[in-house]
Design a protein around this ligand. Structure first.
Ligand SMILES: NC(=O)c1ccc[n+]([C@@H]2O[C@H](COP(=O)([O-])OP(=O)(O)OC[C@H]3O[C@@H](n4cnc5c(N)ncnc54)[C@H](OP(=O)(O)O)[C@@H]3O)[C@@H](O)[C@H]2O)c1
Length: 340
C-alpha cells in the first residue's frame, strides 16, 4: 500500500487499539508495524481482532526495530521521553500521546510528574497538538505533544474566549470522564466494581492536567490571572468526557463577546460544533468536540463533550499526523457520533 509509513508504540493499550482501528482504515497512511512488549510476535489482527485489516502488520518487541516515517507513542508517562531521542536520531518524527512533551518548562514537568525530564532538547522544540489552536506549527513539527483528554475538552471551549481578551475572575471546571481514561491496567479506584455504580471526584485539587490547562490558557501579560478550580469525576461510562466550565464574573458585554468568540472561531472547523448543550453519546465514535453555552447572569457556562479515545486521544493524534504528512486534515477520521 502506498502512503507515508506510520507505526504505533504501545499498541496493546486503549489508545494504541484506537490508533490501530483508525490507521488500518486510513486511506492515505500505511501502518507498517506496531510495538508491544506483551504482544510481540503476533500480527496486529491476532492482537486486536476488531481492526479491519492487520494480518500483515507485525507486532515488534521494541521500538528499535520499528522502521517508519512517523511513530505514535501511546505509553505511560515517562516512557516516551526515553524513546523520542532515539527516534529523532533515526529521522523518525513522533506524536506522543502521553504527557512527556506537554509542559514546556522542565521544572514544571518534574514538579507535576515527580521525575526530571530527560529530553529537554526535544521538549524545547515540541509543539502542543491542540490542532484547532496550533495548526500553523504542527505541520513542520518533529515532535507533537498530544494534549491531555480533559485539557482538550476544556481548552477547545474556553481558549477562544481568553484569546478574545475576555478573562473571567475564576474558571470552575467540573469534569466527568469514563473509565477508559485511566488506561487498560485496572486499579482499586478505576476497575469496574469501583466505578459502575458511582460518580466519584478524584485528584484532590491537584490533578496532573491542571498545570497543562493553566499553561495553555495562555493568559497574556497584563490580563488579570483567573483562579482555576478543576474537579474531575469518574462516572459509570466506558468512553466520553463532559466538561462543564463556569466562567465567573463576566459582564453582559463580556458574555456576548465570549459566545461570539467561540462561534466565529469554529464557524468553519470540521471537528468542533457549537450547538445546544451537548450529550456525551453525540461525541462517542466521533473525532468531534461538541460545545454549548448557557448564560447564568454574570457566569457563563461552557459545556464540552468529546470521546476521550478519539478527539481526546487517538483521533486528535491522527488529525495532527495528517497535517504533519501533508494529508487532508479530516482524512480517515470519523465525523458522526453514535448518538446513543
Ligand atoms: N486513555 C485515555 O483516554 C487517554 C487520553 C489521552 C491521553 N492518554 C495518555 O496516553 C498514554 C496511553 O494511554 P492508554 O490509556 O492507552 O494507556 P494503557 O492502556 O495503559 O496502555 C499503555 C501501553 O503502554 C505499553 N507500555 C510500554 N512500556 C510500558 C511500561 N514501562 N509500563 C507500562 N506499560 C508500558 C503497554 O503495553 P505492553 O506492556 O504490551 O508493552 C500498555 O499497553 C498515557 O500516557 C495516557 O495518560 C490517555
Amino acid at each position: 500500500m502506498p502512503g507515508d509509513r506510520v507505526g504505533i508504540v504501545g499498541v496493546s493499550g486503549y489508545l494504541g487499539g484506537e490508533l490501530a482501528r483508525l490507521l488500518t482504515d486510513h486511506p492515505g497512511l500505511n501502518l507498517v508495524g506496531a510495538v508491544s512488549r506483551s504482544q510481540a510476535g503476533k500480527t496486529l489482527q491476532e492482537c486486536l481482532p476488531f481492526v479491519s485489516d492487520g494480518a500483515n502488520v507485525p507486532i515488534l518487541p521494541s521500538t528499535e526495530t520499528l522502521d517508519c516515517d512517523l511513530a505514535f507513542l501511546s505509553l505511560p508517562p515517562g516512557e516516551a521521553m526515553t524513546q523520542v531521542p532515539r527516534l529523532r536520531e533515526r529521522g523518525i518524527r513522533a506524536i506522543d500521546l502521553s504527557a512527556d512533551y506537554r509542559l514546556k518548562d522542565p521544572a514544571a514537568y518534574e514538579r507535576t510528574y515527580g521525575r526530571p525530564h530527560t529530553d529537554p532538547e526535544g521538549l524545547s522544540k515540541a509543539v502542543y497538538g491542540l490542532t484547532e489552536m496550533e495548526r500553523g506549527e504542527i505541520g513542520a513539527a518533529g515532535v507533537v505533544a498530544s494534549p491531555g483528554c480533559y485539557p482538550t475538552a476544556f481548552l477547545l471551549g474556553c481558549r477562544p474566549i481568553v484569546d478574545a481578551g475576555v478573562v473571567p475572575r475564576e474558571f470552575v471546571i467540573d469534569a466527568k470522564s469514563g473509565s477508559s481514561g485511566a488506561g487498560a491496567s485496572p486499579t482499586a479506584e478505576t476497575h469496574h466494581p469501583a466505578v459502575a455504580g458511582d460518580v466519584h471526584p478524584y485528584g484532590g485539587g491537584n490533578h496532573r492536567h491542571l498545570p497543562e490547562i493553566a499553561q495553555e490558557l495562555g493568559v497574556k501579560e497584563g490580563d488579570q490571572v483567573p483562579e482555576i478550580v478543576f474537579v474531575p469525576h469518574l462516572v459509570p461510562l466506558v468512553r466520553g468526557i463532559l466538561t462543564t466550565s463556569y466562567l465567573v464574573g463576566l459582564s453582559e458585554d463580556q458574555e456576548g463577546r465570549a459566545i461570539e468568540a467561540v462561534r466565529s472561531t469554529y464557524a468553519a472547523e470540521p471537528f468542533v460544533r457549537l450547538g445546544p448543550v451537548p450529550r456525551i453519546p453525540w461525541a462517542i465514535g466521533s473525532n468531534r468536540c461538541f460545545l454549548g453555552t448557557e448564560s447564568h447572569g454574570g457566569t457563563l457556562v461552557v459545556f464540552s463533550a468529546i470521546d476521550n479515545l478519539l478527539k481526546g486521544g487517538a483521533g486528535q493524534a491522527v488529525q495532527n499526523a495528517n497535517l504533519m504528512l501533508g494529508r487532508p486534515e479530516t482524512e480517515g477520521l470519523p465525523l458522526g457520533g453514535l448518538g446513543l
